[in-house]
Design a binder for this molecule. Structure first.
Ligand code: TYD
Length: 206
């Protein structure tokens, strides 16, 4: 099987990080080499940029988007591409779909700039499969608050998060071959089962 990049997307409280860990563990148990990583971050330089992004608010939206793509380029060059070249699966918590959702739909940066930055930093590289964990905004935020680790993006209000959700849904509608939508309001075990079923089916695994 050729190397594969699998990304997860989802709003706050969608259980995304749990499912990232679950799929990575399942792949490893199935005998595949797998690297689990996240954005923003995933390499030394990208983690430093993450500190800038999450450490303060009030970035200009285009500047913020450029920082996300700078972090992603570092992550790609230092972590993702070498792992894929070595034959590993890479399972990544968030990728460029998050930038379209948060910085373009959420914060109003121009979509054209997202396209330009994407092309400049990654060329035509893209995930082979993206699992979008969809959850109604109020339920997701209630879950995120309950676990007590709301970051600055979590505090931006219902309207912001609704724009994020609609962006992910329209991205999935535009690219159904790459992005699968999973109902993340279900119990954890059901979502995990759906993650495995979709990964198996889309990646042509036995
Ligand atoms: P994190 O604590 O990792 O949250 P989550 O568990 O929701 O992924 O913080 C990452 C935050 O960064 C998250 O709220 C979404 C935001 N983000 C962007 O705004 N743009 C991006 O391109 C990425 C990758 C993340």
């Amino acid at each position: 099987m050729s190397p594969r990049l699998i990304t997860f997307e989802g709003g706050e409280g969608s259980g995304k990080t749990t499912q990232v860990k679950f799929l990575a563990a399942w792949l490893a148990e199935s005998g595949y080499s797998v690297l689990r990583t996240r954005e923003p971050g995933g390499s030394a330089g990208a983690e430093a940029i993450r500190g800038l992004l999450l450490g303060r608010s009030g970035w200009d939206p285009v500047a913020e988007m450029a920082l996300h793509f700078a972090a992603r380029r570092e992550h790609w060059a230092k972590t993702i591409a070498p792992s894929l070249a070595a034959g590993s699966f890479v399972v990544c918590d968030r990728f460029f779909d998050s930038t379209l959702a948060y910085q373009v739909a959420g914060q109003g940066a121009p979509r054209r700039t997202w396209e330009q930055l994407r092309a400049a930093t990654l060329g035509t590289a893209a995930p082979d499969l993206t699992l979008y964990l969809d959850i109604p905004v109020e339920l997701g935020l209630a879950r995120a608050m309950a676990r007590g680790d709301a970051n600055r993006y979590d505090r931006l209000g219902l309207d912001f998060h609704e724009r994020i959700r609609q962006s992910f849904l329209s991205q999935a509608a535009a690219e159904p071959g790459r992005i699968a939508v999973l109902d993340a309001s279900r119990p954890l075990a059901e979502v995990s089962a759906a993650v495995i079923a979709v990964a198996r089916g889309r990646l042509g695994m036995p």
